[in-house]
Design a protein around this ligand. Structure first.
Ligand code: C5P
Length: 284
């Protein structure tokens, strides 16, 4: 079977404080976009195997797809390590970009293995939460408000469809580093900090831009190019700009592309479209 794993952007990401479990308390607005990885799942004989067309992508236990296989195998009541299934990952979502690629791959793998090994929704939800804070979002997609670690989810009405320019610097940002830089900047390890605001803001932007000024330059350039919103996505390094017309988006993407910066144009996905396109499909 084949299953698509769509990327996300964070239209807003407020960091409200730190938590006893080492995570940060968030209030974020997730939005699915059409850019996606594709997982092809085939029956084989022998131990579980993961391959990827991108040599930079780990295919061992660091890849959340392997964790998803182990958890679904156990949830199906089977013993030992997962076997008799091979996954090939076609990687299109840039890594260390704040676009949720690894988490979306994990959620897509959970959907595929749950279908293959007949696992119910309860264990799938539990495995998603255990694999990572962003993974539960990718089981539902669309526009959603994420609270707590970003995993307490409330669906939002789909905003008007928009064209999305993604600008991808030639460096990545690790999720852990971005949150660490945030903590250093606010000099806060445990006391919650609440700054009520309804604006679209990414609180991780300033600490990440302090290390990578290029991100600030891209945000300004996207605004100058007419983006209605421009911000860093999640923990970066990707920056997105929203446009109402495809033509304006393509023009901005062409203007922003440089030797050290790739750009691409995609679009937002409604929850319904996400759920249709992200469903597992037999290979036909
Ligand atoms: O859950 P996940 O493994 O994706 O998170 C990676 C890291 O990002 C965590 O170990 C933590 O350092 C940071 N994080 C955080 N608060 C969140 C989500 C992630 O501090 N809400």
């Amino acid at each position: 079977m084949r299953v698509r794993a769509f990327a996300k952007i964070n239209r807003s990401l407020r960091v409200l404080g730190t938590r006893a479990d080492g995570y940060h308390e968030l209030r974020t607005i997730f939005q699915s976009i059409a850019l996606h990885d594709t997982l092809t799942v085939r029956a084989i004989r022998g131990p579980f195997r993961l391959t990827c067309d991108d040599p930079a992508c780990p295919v061992d236990d660091r890849n959340l797809i392997a964790g998803a296989a182990a958890r679904m195998w156990r949830a199906a009541g089977r013993r030992g390590a997962p076997r008799d299934v091979a996954v090939h990952l076609r990687k299109r979502i840039p890594m260390q970009a704040g676009l949720g690629g690894g988490s979306s791959d994990a959620a897509a793998a959970l959907r595929a293995f749950a279908t293959r090994w007949r696992v119910g929704a309860g264990p799938v939800d539990a495995a998603a939460a255990a694999l990572g804070a962003d993974v539960p979002y990718f089981l539902a997609g669309g526009a959603a408000l994420g609270l707590e670690r970003g995993d307490l989810l409330f669906p939002l009405a789909d905003p008007p469809r928009a064209w999305v320019v993604l600008a991808l610097p030639d460096f990545g940002v690790s999720t852990r580093d971005a949150f660490g830089w945030f903590d250093q900047r606010v000099g806060l390890r445990s006391a919650p900090r609440v700054r009520p605001s309804h604006e679209m803001v990414n609180d991780l932007e300033a600490p990440v831009i302090a290390r990578h000024p290029e991100i600030g330059r891209i945000i300004s350039a996207l605004r100058r190019s007419g983006a209605s919103e421009a911000a860093m996505s999640g923990t970066g390094s990707a920056v997105f700009g929203l446009f109402s017309s495809r033509q304006a988006a393509v023009r901005a993407a062409n203007r922003l592309a440089s030797a050290s910066r790739r750009t691409l144009v995609t679009r937002t996905l409604s929850r319904k479209t996400y759920q249709t396109l992200a469903a597992t499909k037999p290979i036909g």
